[in-house]
Design a protein around this ligand. Structure first.
Ligand code: NAD
Length: 270
């Protein structure tokens, strides 16, 4: 079976047409790569002042160059999110918070290093909690805020060999709902975006581990593992995820809260 590599050719995004985030400050974590990079560029294209947070300073430098000429701005902020106090402080004053930074290790539970389990939970669940905590006072004071948590189909379904990732994403789904309930009276929405497999370095890096864990050749992983449950037989593009994030930040999404925008190619329809 051949695996299509391009998104819908009829998709014609026009970034220049939408600058509704002018005057807004957006904090995007994990902005140096993949989905975070696409979100930072998409929100800056919509006019936002983007604080691009990542531990990868070189990647942030590249991103800042890519953002030149957009209606908004991208300001690099180098930080390792395992420093939870610094993470909370970094979120102060943000109108929009995109909790995106993440990492993956594919390994059976009995071989899964406990310290890596802890790091995954710290970066992908504790840090989002601290970032939300840091962002809420400003959002509540002005009566407006948008929290977008990049969850995953693995926030809703499990796959073998991903104990830490699935646990963190399921936790993030719960955290997002609580933030929605508490924030509603203050004009703050909180939602998750749940993509299937996205064409990013995080996916490319797990091909070898998936091949080893499933006992199949690496060139069969995309078809036999990643896309096995997806009705749409291609990877999602980071820009498609960024479009969903932008939608959740729009005025037209003010009644959308406490939910998950699933873009999994039909995986969870099974
Ligand atoms: N790629 C996919 O298939 C996919 C699918 C669903 C959800 N997601 C989620 O999307 C998010 C982004 O994933 P991606 O695929 O773009 O990955 P990626 O590896 O391309 O980017 C992740 C970014 O997070 C940063 N990061 C990791 N640990 C950090 C830390 N301790 N402090 C600061 N920054 C840190 C990395 O430096 C990197 O720039 C993750 O939360 C991931 O779980 C990805």
């Amino acid at each position: 079976m051949s695996v299509p590599t391009t998104p819908d050719p009829h998709r014609t995004p026009d970034p220049a047409a939408d600058t509704r985030l002018g005057g807004r400050t957006a904090l995007v974590t994990g902005a140096a790569s993949g989905i975070g990079r696409a979100c930072a560029l998409r929100l800056a294209a919509a006019g936002a002042r983007v604080r691009a947070l990542d531990r990868d300073s070189a990647g942030l430098g590249t991103l800042a160059g890519e953002a030149a000429g957009l209606p908004g701005t991208v300001e690099p902020h180098v930080l390792d999110l395992t420093d939870l106090d610094a993470a909370e402080a970094a979120a102060a004053g943000a109108d929009i918070l995109v909790n995106n930074a993440g990492l993956q290790l594919v390994r059976p539970i009995e071989e899964f290093p406990p310290e890596t389990f802890g790091t995954v939970l710290t970066v992908m669940l504790q840090a989002p909690f601290r970032l939300i905590r840091g962002a809420l006072p400003h959002m509540y004071a002005q009566g407006w805020g948008r929290i977008v948590n990049i969850s995953s189909v693995h926030g809703l379904r499990a796959s073998p060999y991903k104990s830490a990732y699935v646990a963190a994403k399921h936790g993030l789904e719960g955290l997002s709902k609580v933030a929605a309930l508490e924030g509603a009276a203050h004009g703050v929405t909180s939602n998750c975006v749940c993509p299937g497999y996205v064409r990013t370095p995080l996916v490319e890096r797990q091909i070898a581990d998936q091949a080893a864990a499933h006992g199949i050749p690496a060139d069969r992983v995309t078809e036999q593992v990643l896309l096995a449950d997806s009705a749409v037989k291609r990877l999602v593009e980071p820009e498609e995820v960024a479009d969903a994030v932008l939608y959740l930040c729009h005025p037209s999404a003010s009644f959308v809260t406490g939910t998950s925008l699933i873009m999994d190619g039909g995986w969870t329809a099974h």
